[in-house]
Design a protein around this ligand. Structure first.
Ligand code: NDP
Length: 349
């Protein structure tokens, strides 16, 4: 097994300098359980404008898996380092914008975060608050931001409004529940049935979920909940299939269903009535595109500040994670590809 600690060699001047990084690399697209390998890579001296980063923790997200499978719109040139999200510490800097000790996240997707060290240009990183818990910092840039944007960008949602979501136990779903709670929006949450489903319902209710239904319970209980509360203006869909098809019956006229994933891999159907008579909008959202279009904008910093403040005030908890040393990535990949796991896999350095 490769040693994770980067090799330290003594330079001619007697100073210790990091010379190599441990990278989790795919040399061709395919099943991540088969194509990922650990490799040592030499680290070059820094040029002006660059920072040397030590990645502290990086999650394994569904998009990372899809990217390695070659079925995601972002297709890095191989060999490529896996991972798109994570938090790193600046350990050497040749820019005045970042100093040693700063915590940063990659500005855009495709950075390759499953590695012990990286050299990134100042334009390619964003500073975040060092006071965040490590696990929250490592997972701040994708899921909570996706949840936030979907809640605020598509409909004018006001206090007391109701939103509907499936995949509610996903990391995005958990962030939706907590941000909606802060915005005083009610959530109706749909999950898949499983053994001990009551434990998961309680977990989501403790995060602030107003209602949690299994897909099966939706068939008999969703209508009553909507009648008691009010019809949602907004539904968030990361599952697809019948689940999303059924949502269209309950969204109020001129409401919106935002699709941001398709975990079931089954398309949903939209009846003509939903579009013609209810004028429901079907929209998609992709955080990577939003970041491309809003990279380093004041709106992005305001969003990160808001999310950081929720985390620090303990209103937004990170989903339960399983910390896995970077060198044991094979186990983490396997676990991340097994359904019904309640833990996000987090590679730690
Ligand atoms: P997590 O790994 O935290 O959770 C995965 C979720 O998918 C769980 O709720 C899981 O439910 C559910 N799921 C898995 N397989 C199936 C299936 N066959 N049918 C129905 N549900 C299933 O995921 P994330 O929160 O990181 O991501 C959730 C989704 O959002 C993914 O599709 C991801 O690609 C997408 N996403 C999209 C973004 C965008 O910008 N568009 C940004 C971030 C995420 P269970 O516990 O029952 O297995």
């Amino acid at each position: 097994m490769l040693s994770l600690s980067a090799k330290r060699l003594t330079s001619l001047f007697g100073q210790k300098r990091l010379l190599s990084s441990f990278d989790i690399v795919y040399e061709s697209y395919g099943d991540p359980r088969k194509v990922l390998v650990g490799k040592l890579r030499e680290i070059e001296p820094l040029k002006d404008g660059q920072t040397l980063l030590k990645f502290l923790a990086s999650p394994i997200n569904p998009a990372d898996i899809n990217q390695i499978q070659g079925v995601y719109p972002i297709k890095p040139t191989v060999p490529a380092v896996g991972g798109n999200e994570g938090v790193a510490e600046v350990i050497e800097s040749k820019t005045t914008k970042f100093k040693v000790g700063d915590w940063v996240i990659p500005a855009l997707a495709g950075a390759g975060t499953w590695r012990s060290h990286a050299i990134l240009h100042e334009n390619d990183i964003i500073k975040i608050d060092n006071n965040l818990p490590l696990e929250s910092a490592a997972t701040i840039s994708v899921n909570p931001c996706t949840a936030y944007r979907m809640l605020v960008d598509f409909q004018h949602i006001e206090e007391g409004d109701v939103i509907l979501q499936n995949g509610a136990n996903s990391a995005v779903g958990q962030a939706v529940i907590q941000i909606a709670t802060d915005l005083r929006i009610k959530t109706v949450n749909v999950i898949r049935d499983r053994p001990r489903v009551e434990d998961l319902k309680k977990f989501l209710q403790d995060l602030g979920a107003d209602y949690v239904l299994t897909e099966e319970e939706c068939k008999t209980q969703l209508k009553d909940i909507i009648q008691k509360e009010s019809a949602p203006k907004l539904a968030l869909n990361c599952v697809g299939g019948m689940n999303a098809t059924n949502f269209l019956k309950y969204i109020r006229p001129k409401g919106t269903m935002v699709t941001y994933g398709c975990m079931s891999k089954i398309p949903f159907k939209a009846g003509a009535g939903a579009l013609i008579f209810s004028d429901i909008s079907l929209k998609g959202f992709w955080m990577s595109r939003w970041n491309d279009e809003n990279n380093k904008s004041s709106e992005r910093y305001a969003m990160l500040d808001y999310i950081s403040s929720l985390i620090i005030s303990k209103k937004l908890k990170c989903p339960p994670v399983s910390r896995v040393p970077l060198e044991n990535f094979s186990n983490a990949i396997e676990n991340s590809m097994t359904g019904f796991t309640n833990f996000k896999q987090l590679l730690v350095n």
